[in-house]
Design a protein around this ligand. Structure first.
Ligand code: NI
Ligand code: MN
Length: 232
């Protein structure tokens, strides 16, 4: 069984019961996150996030986020060459990969796909090309689109046969709801979760309305609230 915990924004925390995977761990600065990095209760946060596998789609602060801190707690960070080497210099344990590359870990496989976006660190350092990630984990095929715009090669990811897709709907920096619905036509996932919305004023969207429209396409879609768990 795959447990999906939505942390908020683009941060999702996946578990198969023995291995945990986190994608785009923007936690400590995330205004909507209900979980934190520490076990001690602090600002009402009482659950400590930890992960064996930390996946970072691009270098922007709302995605790279707490990945170094999580790696220092024992996880291994996977990203492109620029993000992994930059994070290593800050003390992370990281594996440098790039678009197209795959990696087998205990319990699953990841493969990086392109994303149409940009990628620089909060200090302005170049973060390489932005990516989306395909993951085979807990017997499921999962895709997280990162901060991508709509692009037709999403069809190639869809050909893998997806059980679950995470797609940004916030508009302004990424796809908006209309383009995200078009992305779902290309991705053809069994299930979909909208991400990257309602974190900051410029990306305010109606997640429930999006989920209903995805449902009408035959896709089991949930606008997950931060902290919510979905077992698949
Ligand atoms: Ni971004
Ligand atoms: Mn972003």
């Amino acid at each position: 069984m795959l447990s999906v915990r939505y942390i908020g924004h683009s941060a999702v925390w996946l578990s198969d019961g023995s291995t945990s995977v986190i994608i785009d761990p923007f936690i400590s600065g995330n205004p909507v996150a209900k979980v934190g990095l520490e076990t001690t209760s602090h600002h009402g946060l009482s659950e400590a996030v930890h992960a064996d596998i930390i996946l970072v789609t691009h270098a922007h602060g709302d995605h790279w986020g707490d990945s170094v801190a999580l790696s220092k707690k024992g996880g291994t960070l996977f990203s492109n060459f620029e993000i992994s080497t930059y994070s290593e210099r800050q003390g992370a344990k990281a594996v440098a990969m790039n678009i197209g590359g795959s990696y087998k870990f205990a319990g699953g496989t990841i493969q990086w796909f392109p994303a149409w976006h940009s990628s620089s660190f909060p200090d302005g350092t170049y973060g390489g090309m932005p990516m989306g990630v395909f993951l085979e984990f807990a017997g499921k095929r999962i895709y997280h689109a990162g901060d991508s715009a709509l692009f037709s090669d999403m069809r190639l990811v869809g050909e893998r046969g997806l059980d679950l897709a995470f797609v940004p709907i916030g508009d302004h920096f990424t796809m908006g709801p209309e383009d995200a619905l078009k992305a779902l036509e290309l991705l053809k996932p069994k299930r979909a979760v909208p991400i990257h919305y309602n974190t900051f004023p410029p990306i305010k969207q109606d997640g429930q309305a999006f989920a209903r429209r995805a449902q009408s396409m035959g896709i089991d879609s949930k606008a997950m609230t931060p902290g919510e768990l979905w077992e698949i």
